[in-house]
Design a protein around this ligand. Structure first.
Ligand code: GLU
Length: 315
């Protein structure tokens, strides 16, 4: 299949130095493979989206010379596709309705003596699984994916190497449609990557931990599994990942060649010190292709890491 990559920003704030790294990496990988590069605005979590920021992000990308090969897609226009995917999962016995409130989950876990928490999130104990009696007469709230019987998911990251996660025991049956009716990131991202024929997901390492959930969903929906590459994160002065949430500054794009140059440095690309934007991008494509060829020869770009507290699930 010919290469398709994508950059999928959530319009919760303008691009910052960290998100430009992810954007540039996905663009470089597409260009180095002679493939197409798509942009998807991930505005499913409507309360968190900021009006007008989608246009700002597209302008920032354009100013850096990162132009999508097809018109961008907004996830807020894709409700019907997500509903259809959910219906497929329910019909196949992979998804079920859950009537639990947060307190119900806490009580069920306490009754089992379970203190298992993951990044402050409880691993859902499966109380509403159909084989355990379903909703027990309560109203349906969220829809969840049944993660049972899948065993550990082994997957390969082109930079991080071999990865493994048992979604059932480490994450639990995760939400596909939230109690407030909004689509969950996991479902939307898998449906849209499948719809657009995305062959290569290149995104920040803080999202790596979501990959096994997305692989489970791809399998349940009969979608092909893309290849994955999770890029290094930009750290703030406090040593934490730079993010919109911890006040990362919007990019200064007075000199876009400099911004691209700095993002390329985070990716480990050695570029000539100065150049126009076009020259910088062309040098970055060559450097990226060279780095990938070297990595293919030595099979991985970095030693495997295990997911840690910087992991993030876009809500
Ligand atoms: N929308 C997600 C974010 O901005 C990225 C999703 C993805 O690349 O899979 O964090």
């Amino acid at each position: 299949m010919s290469y398709s990559g994508r950059f999928a920003p959530s319009p919760t704030g303008p691009l910052h130095a960290g998100s430009l790294v992810a954007a540039l990496a996905s663009w470089l990988d597409a260009r180095a493979h002679g493939g197409r590069w798509l942009v998807r605005i991930e505005d499913v979590d409507r309360p968190r989206c900021v009006a007008g920021v989608d246009a700002v992000i597209l302008q920032q990308l354009a100013r850096c010379g990162l132009l999508p090969d097809a018109p961008p897609v907004w996830q807020s226009t894709r409700d019907a596709a997500y509903a259809q995917a959910l219906q497929t999962l329910v019909a196949g016995g992979s998804a079920y309705a859950c009537g639990c409130t947060r307190k119900d989950v806490d009580d069920a876990l306490a009754a089992q003596g379970v203190v298992h928490q993951r990044h402050g999130e409880r691993v859902y104990p499966g109380s509403c699984r159909p084989e355990r009696g379903g909703l027990h007469g309560r109203l349906a709230r969220a829809m969840r994916l049944h993660t049972g019987r899948s065993g550990p998911i082994d997957w390969h990251d082109r930079r991080l190497g071999a990865q493994r996660q048992n979604v059932e025991t480490e994450v639990g049956d995760f939400v596909l449609r939230r109690a407030d009716g909004l689509w969950a990131y996991q479902l939307a991202v898998v449906v849209d990557d499948g719809w657009r024929g995305v062959t290569d997901v290149v995104r920040g390492a803080d999202l790596a931990d979501n990959t096994p959930r997305q692989i489970l969903l791809q399998r349940a929906l009969g979608l092909p599994e893309p290849r994955y590459l999770h890029t290094p994160l930009v750290l703030g002065a406090d040593g934490n990942k730079l993010s919109k949430q911890n006040g990362a500054q919007a990019l200064d794009l007075a000199d876009p060649a400099l911004a691209v140059h700095q993002a390329a440095q985070v990716l480990g690309l050695a570029l000539p010190a100065t150049g126009t934007l076009a020259e910088t991008l062309a040098a970055a494509v060559r450097a990226w292709a060279g780095m990938m060829a070297g990595a293919a020869a030595s099979s991985s770009l970095a030693p495997p890491i295990t997911p840690h507290s910087e992991d993030r699930t876009p809500s």
